[in-house]
Design a protein around this ligand. Structure first.
Ligand code: MN3
Length: 205
């Protein structure tokens, strides 16, 4: 992804993830929240032609080296664009239920079972205080781990490659679930696109 940034095509209808994620939430999340990250990222980089030629992932990985006056804007909005572009793809209508392939092997090896992995991931997602994300990531030693990030920080900023991620900002669930974040987290597993997660892993290996 390189300047000038645009919203990626949503790979399904707003209603595709119902009843787990409602159409109105999807529409606002995509056309308002994600669009705002894109617009603000473009605005931040407007006067920086050199930075406009660098991949977003690279900008985020080197966030500390960016000019002071745009560092926070790129961190928040660049992270927001990166995270949401990723998030839409790891969901689909009628999710796969359980992982297969190399990701299934890696989860079993690291967590003993898929159920244990889900418990750990859910606990991490529930514990995020305020706005943030829960992630399954892989490092350059090919070790997978569950982490959380605050606000729109990307795992890329820690040198990690995200494989799976869950947006636990209230804007992701409030219309249907209000304060019941745990119910949203539980429901979300029904729409995880494990084929895409497997592809993310294959690309990272
Ligand atoms: Mn969001």
């Amino acid at each position: 992804m390189i300047y000038k940034y645009t919203l990626p095509v949503l790979p399904y209808d707003y209603s595709a993830l119902e009843p787990y994620i409602d159409a109105r939430t999807m529409e606002i999340h995509y056309t308002k929240h994600h669009q705002a990250y894109v617009d603000n990222l473009n605005k931040a980089l407007e006067g920086f032609p050199t930075l406009q030629t660098i991949e977003l992932a690279e900008l985020l990985a080197g966030i500390d080296n960016l000019p002071e006056e745009i560092k926070t804007a790129v961190r928040n909005n660049g992270g927001g664009h990166m995270n949401h572009s990723f998030f839409w793809k790891i969901m689909k209508k009628n999710g796969d239920g359980e992982p297969v392939g190399k990701i299934a092997e890696a989860i079993k090896k690291n967590y003993g079972s898929f159920a244990k992995f889900q418990d750990d991931f859910n606990a991490t997602a529930k514990k995020v205080f305020g706005s943030g994300w829960a992630w399954l990531c892989i490092n350059d030693q090919r070790k997978i781990s569950i982490i959380s990030t605050h606000n729109q920080d990307s795992p890329i900023m820690q040198g990690l490659t995200p494989l799976l991620g869950l947006d636990v900002w209230e804007h992701a669930y409030y219309l249907s679930y209000q304060n019941r974040r745990p119910d949203y987290i539980t429901a979300w597993w029904q729409v995880v696109n494990w084929e895409q997660v497997e592809e993310n892993l294959q690309q990272a290996l």
